[in-house]
Design a protein around this ligand. Structure first.
Ligand SMILES: [Fe+2]
Length: 426
């Protein structure tokens, strides 16, 4: 059982500071790129960079100010243009979203400033938690939606920017990510049969996305799990046996190097391998194993030998830098198994941080799912059998999203994301 967090009292100052902090981080991320790539698509299946600079403030404005509070428009054309991103299944589908022209950057930024002003004004004084006015305002849902939306986009932006050629990034002073270290433990641990609690009670957390509700208890059989994520060194053995090469690896002179965020470096053999779900499954099968289910991840992460469940792998203490590689401590991974303070009760490392963890569980609603008023398509559009649940966090996942019920998901073959895995048997 999770101890209910603070009651949902509205701290407007905190919400405004969080919004401003997010806007600053967005500006810092856009500033990492050479302006010449502003209209380019680093990932063919996504919009160009310009879209994201408009989308972040547009979404916040549309959700909170327009839809929830019913206030005036700031620019009907740009609001429509920047309303929503894309996740097409193919390049042909992506072509349907292509546009010949995008607005000038100055116009995008001026539009963003208008959206920000309206959002900040609303956070300061509008009835943003008055459920009688709109279901989007229940427990300040729209306000939290826009904050978490922008925070999630920081990660999306970074894995897109990862694909921008290094010559087009402001890399100066940002190299030196390479580090190798041996893990504190290796091998596997046995997790006994027990109960995993997925999701959360609506009154137990200040905010959650619709796919986090309702709380549901799942009975899980005994299994064995790797204490560490599969490393590049282990994946290299797989490549030598005929396995696929991860998209973050670069072939040079018959060997492999790693493409980091700001530099290409010798392949760090002790770092987690970032691969697709399809690749991870192939590897697991090659080892005579499989990927954990979402419920098995929960058992390994939050379960304890005495049967109680924790809020976080390390206990109930709120997440901080010592617990793992998340919340922008680094832009790149670090060696697996070196954060003793973040290990779970069963001695499993890096369950939060250093890369999302692939599960074999298809993204689907928990029992009692209801699409959220402030963003009804958020999850429902992806219950299609093509997306799989990842748990945990990557180096660039905001600490606000480190909560037990948080569920993220990616397309099985999407090669750009910061996702790793471990294997299980049982
Ligand atoms: Fe978005």
């Amino acid at each position: 059982m999770l101890t209910p967090l603070r009651p949902p009292s509205l701290d407007r100052r905190e919400l405004r500071l969080r919004y401003l902090g997010n806007r600053n981080r967005s500006a810092e991320l856009f500033a990492l790129l050479d302006p010449s790539v502003y209209y380019e698509r680093p990932i063919a299946l996504r919009h160009p960079i310009v879209f994201y600079e408009g989308h972040l403030p547009a979404f916040s404005f549309l959700k909170l100010v327009r839809e929830a509070l019913g206030r005036e428009r700031v620019d009907a054309d740009l609001e429509r243009l920047f309303e929503r991103g894309i996740d097409p299944a193919s390049l042909t589908d992506a072509g349907r979203h292509a546009r010949a022209t995008w607005p000038e950057r100055r116009r995008v930024q001026a539009f963003g400033a208008s959206c920000d002003a309206a959002v900040l004004q609303a956070l300061a004084g509008a009835p943003i938690d008055d459920a009688a006015l709109s279901p989007l305002l229940e427990r300040a849902q729209a306000a939290f939606t826009i904050l978490e939306h922008e925070e999630m986009h920081h990660e999306t932006l970074l894995y897109m920017m990862h694909r921008v050629p290094l010559s087009k990034k402001r890399t100066r002073g940002r190299s030196g990510a390479f580090v190798e270290r041996e893990p504190l433990a290796t091998g596997r641990v046995a997790i006994p049969a027990g109960i995993a609690t997925l999701g959360a009670r609506r009154d137990a957390i200040a905010f959650g996305w619709d796919n986090e509700f309702e709380e549901s208890a799942v009975s899980v059989g005994a299994f064995e799990i790797d204490v560490n994520d599969v490393t590049n060194g282990e994946w290299l053995e797989f490549v030598r046996a005929g396995g696929p090469v991860p998209s973050f690896w670069v072939e040079r002179d018959g060997g492999y190097r790693l493409l980091g965020m700001f530099e290409e470096m010798p392949l760090p053999l002790t770092w987690p391998a970032y691969v697709t779900s399809a690749q991870a499954r192939t590897y697991a099968a090659w080892r005579g194993a499989r990927l954990p289910t979402e419920a098995e991840y929960h058992r390994a992460a939050f379960g304890t030998p005495d049967g109680a469940e924790r809020a976080f792998p390390w206990g109930d203490e709120p997440p901080t830098a010592k617990h793992g590689n998340f919340d922008f401590r680094r832009f790149d991974p670090e060696p697996v198994g070196i954060n003793a303070a973040g290990a779970s009760a069963f001695g499993v490392y890096d369950l939060i941080g250093n890369g999302w963890e692939w599960t074999s569980t298809e993204f689907a609603p928990l029992p009692g799912f209801v699409p959220m008023a402030s963003y009804p398509q958020y999850s429902a559009d992806f219950f299609d059998g093509q997306h799989f649940i990842v748990k945990g966090a990557s180096p660039v996942t905001n600490r606000n999203h480190v909560r037990r019920s948080f569920r993220n998901w990616y397309r099985a073959e999407y090669p750009y994301v910061y996702a790793t895995f471990r294997t299980v048997n049982g």
